[in-house]
Design a protein around this ligand. Structure first.
Ligand code: ADP
Ligand code: ZN
Ligand code: ZN
Length: 817
């Protein structure tokens, strides 16, 4: 009998490939194990086994696999089902899901670049011959490709040796993401192993008796070490022993002391669980009871609780319940909300049972967390992570918490799979029979809609913890202030007054200015009016090249108006102002204040972000100017004033979610104010203070906002009632792209009853030499999403059979947000 194995390759080609295997291999291999396989003329890939069977492929001769890479499955059957759902739902291949799901260390292939780890302490005598050859080659050459390794070890199949070197931390793999991230290392010292017994130490001190400085250091270290289990840094030792660095170095050289390094961000946690879980107040208890009730009916559950209402403490209680039952827990957060503030808060309760999974962590660490989850290790019973932590190999998952569930950044934009982590988490919970809680102060329209219609369970907390008052919100009519000349730069007198008062009281201030989106919009400087598309209810974007205003959904366009349609003023502007400008102005206006800025530019690299937060927390800064980064779950105790510089730039964002997002962002940023007994103040400046969304924000009227948004979305056929799929076409040739996208959208229109908008150029229509065009498909509530996707895939097939279209890339974004 012949044996075959179906595998997934990490490439965007069809679903799986078949290779031939020996009977022995067939009896060993299980789904979820990795094998290395040849592909094409000379490539090698790591592939994942889906199924072992006896049916030869029909159209091609099956090649043999190179080698089996695992003893036990790396990926479990639930994961494979989950991947399959993602591939189907988001219209991509299993290979693309696999590439996103597995840490790249698990996916060696012939194109992978191999680098030496300069920080590794390598004991050459411990290396096997082939490992040594690679190690040696990397002393002469900074990078190697897999096929070069193959020449060096004179063997075709090199993935095993590379896997061994990876495990020993001697090499790492190049991925652009990690290039910029240099973790900060702190140097620690300890006594050499030989000196750990009392006798050894005594005789050591004896031999050092003629070097008093040195014995002083040894004694100091001994005392420090016996006093605490914490690692001792070189600088601590220096201070405590009052000896110089040179003395310490000479002891290290003699081997009496040993140096080692720990990454700074890994030791924030010092080992002891020191907090008791808080006793919940009656509002929290009510919410908890409602959640448990809904959980008992296996319902996805939404917790809506105003900012600072104590949602996190409710999560803590739930986590502790599921821990007691021996279950794994996944705590999902948007990348940017994954701050040390939250992590150390949870570590205080749960200590070492927490693992953090972060895209900025390096490969080895991610592999470590993966393996701990796979083993069901205690260290990884609770995983806190951003969206990619969904893909960890949970075997015993009991609870998923999706915090800040309204956040748009849960949706992966590029590359495929373009999945929404919240929605994929709901499916994952379902596959595991686990419970899932979505939490937010400002739920997404979708989730609240589902809760209202009984599809989700629901719980709420409407007061801040400890009866702290919601901040007092005030709208400032900026147009009026401008007319009366009561402004300085971009600051109204009202805002200036409040800043002055807060500074006088020694309190801190946050100034929020959203960066403009990449799409410039036109704005009247007099009345703040921004032209809208009459078909789509979104803001028109300004296209400089054609001097037009265009809708990037439906293609509606109009010449650039010479004056404002609302007030007739000829002063129209396409450029807003950014955080940098606000920072400069505020520094001039308040020369005595210490001002910091937090936006994408100032927070490249993880530590930059933490540094700004820490210095604000420790009140080294009086005023923090920032973008929406400031809105994410941060808890600053001393902030009494939040100023929103310009609410209009949020409202006028060219997107059907602009109003929802404005409500969410402003509510969240306002939530940073007055988290202690003193009532916080929020000043919102706007050209258009009578805008209904701004009223709803200031009165905290989520309900009305929700009703109005749902009504509008039904009118214009957007989610939650309708579904949308965005199709993007990319090609280097302008004409080919036009022709191809017209052909495709034409076929869609003939085959499909729903609404097809476009093709339309986005505001930035050419990226890296490729032209882009979008088509938007709106699927009504009476049409089937599944059938529409099948239709689209069928059209793509005929599309690809037209030879001139074959090089056009077609990209699907299901539930595009
Ligand atoms: P949210 O997550 O809703 O923004 P938090 O959980 O951060 O709110 O709670 C706000 C503040 O109130 C925090 O400082 C938290 O420690 C405190 N707090 C919340 N619940 C309790 C409780 N039951 N007992 C004591 N302090 C609490
Ligand atoms: Zn105007
Ligand atoms: Zn339109």
């Amino acid at each position: 009998m012949e044996y075959f194995v179906n595998v997934v390759l990490p490439i965007p080609l069809k679903r799986h490939f078949t290779y031939s295997i020996t009977p022995a291999e067939a009896s060993f291999l299980l789904p979820g194990m990795r094998v290395s396989v040849p592909f094409g003329k000379s490539k090698i890939y790591t592939a994942l086994v889906l199924e072992v069977h006896n049916t030869p492929p029909v159209v091609y001769e099956a090649k043999e696999i190179d080698q089996i890479l695992d003893d036990v499955p790396l990926v479990n059957p639930v994961q494979l089902k989950h991947w399959e759902w993602i591939a189907n739902y988001y219209m991509c291949t299993m290979g693309e899901v696999m590439r996103s799901a597995l840490p790249s260390a698990f996916l060696l292939e012939s194109e992978t670049l191999i680098l030496r780890n300069d920080e590794a302490n390598v004991d050459e005598s411990q290396l096997q011959d082939d490992e040594f050859l690679v190690f040696e080659a990397l002393q002469h050459q900074s990078t190697l490709k897999v096929h070069e390794v193959s020449i060096i070890v004179d063997r075709k199949n090199v993935l095993p040796v590379l896997n061994r070197l990876l495990e020993k931390n001697i090499i790492y793999l190049k991925e652009e993401v990690y290039e910029q991230y240099k973790p900060k290392l702190v140097k620690y010292v300890k006594l050499g192993k030989e000196y750990l017994s009392d006798e050894a130490l005594e005789s050591l001190l004896e031999t050092l008796s003629r070097a008093p400085k040195q014995s002083q250091v040894v004694l100091a270290l001994f005392q420090l070490q016996s006093g605490s289990k914490k690692p001792i840094s070189v600088s601590d030792l220096e201070k405590y022993s009052e000896a110089s660095k040179a003395v310490i170095s000479s002891l290290v050289e003699k081997g009496i002391l040993e140096e080692y390094f720990i990454r700074k961000d890994r030791i924030t946690y010092d080992g002891a669980e020191n907090s008791e879980i808080k006793t919940l107040n009656e509002h929290q208890l009510n919410a908890l009871a409602d959640i448990k009730n809904a959980f008992s009916e296996d319902k996805v559950t939404l917790l809506k609780g105003v900012t600072s209402s104590g949602k996190t403490e409710v999560y803590v209680q739930l986590i502790s319940d599921f821990l007691e039952r021996g279950k794994q827990i996944l705590y999902l957060l948007p990348e940017i909300a994954l701050t040390t503030q939250l992590i150390s808060r949870l570590q205080d309760y749960f200590g070492e049972r927490i693992s953090v999974f972060h895209s900025k962590y390096n490969i080895q660490e991610r592999v470590e967390v993966w393996n701990n989850v796979l083993k069901g290790a205690e260290k990884a019973q609770i995983v806190i992570g951003a969206r990619s932590s969904l893909f960890l190999p949970f075997a015993n998952l009991g609870l998923i918490i999706v915090d800040e569930e309204h956040e748009g950044s849960f949706k992966q934009f590029d590359p495929a799979p373009r999945y929404h982590a919240r929605d994929a988490a709901i499916v994952l919970a379902n596959l595991h029979g686990a419970n899932i809680l979505l939490g937010s102060a400002t739920p997404s329209i979708e989730s609240y809609f589902n809760a209202k219609h009984g599809k989700y369970g629901y719980a709420e907390i409407n007061r801040r913890f400890g009866n702290v008052l919601m901040p007092d919100m005030e709208l400032v009519d900026y147009k009026e202030a401008l007319r009366k000349k009561r402004v300085k730069g971009h600051f109204s007198e009202r805002l200036l007054q409040e800043i002055e008062e807060s500074l006088g009281n020694g309190e801190q201030i946050i100034l929020f200015q959203n960066r403009r989106g990449f799409a410039p919009v036109l704005e009247c400087l007099t009345c703040g009016h921004t032209p809208q598309c009459s078909n789509c209810d979104v803001t028109l974007t300004y296209h400089q090249y054609k001097n037009q205003l265009r809708c990037h959904y439906c293609g509606f366009h109009t010449a650039l108006p010479e004056s404002c349609a609302a007030c007739g003023s000829p002063e129209l502007d396409t450029k807003g102002f950014g955080t940098e400008q606000v920072e400069e102005e505020v520094k001039k206006l308040f020369p005595g204040a210490k001002v910091g800025r937090m936006d994408l530019d100032t927070t490249r690299g993880k530590h930059a972000y933490e540094k700004i937060i820490t210095s604000f927390e420790q009140q080294e800064l009086d005023i923090l100017v920032g973008t929406q980064m400031l809105t994410k779950g941060l808890d600053f105790r001393n902030v009494s004033l939040v100023g929103v510089m310009n609410a209009d730039s949020l409202l006028n964002f060219p997107d059907y979610r602009a109003h929802e997002r404005t409500f969410q962002m402003l509510t969240q940023v306002a939530g940073r104010a007055g988290r202690t007994q003193k009532r916080g103040k929020v000043i919102i400046q706007s050209y258009n203070p009578y805008h209904q969304i701004l009223k709803q924000v200031t009165t905290g009227d989520y309900e009305t906002m929700f009703e109005e948004q749902v009504y509008e979305r039904e009118q214009y056929k957007y989610p939650p009632v309708n579904r949308i799929i965005k199709i993007t076409f990319k090609h280097k040739n302008y004409n080919t792209l036009n022709e191809a996208s017209e052909w495709f959208s034409g076929a869609l229109r003939t085959n499909f009853g729903g609404t097809v908008l476009g093709p339309e150029f986005p505001p930035i229509s050419r990226i890296r030499n490729l032209y882009l065009k979008h088509v938007l498909v709106k699927i009504g509530k009476n049409e089937s999403l599944g059938r529409t996707k099948k239709n689209i895939k069928r059209i793509e097939k005929s599309f690809n059979s037209v030879s001139k279209f074959r090089s056009v890339r077609v990209i699907y974004n299901v539930d595009h947000i």
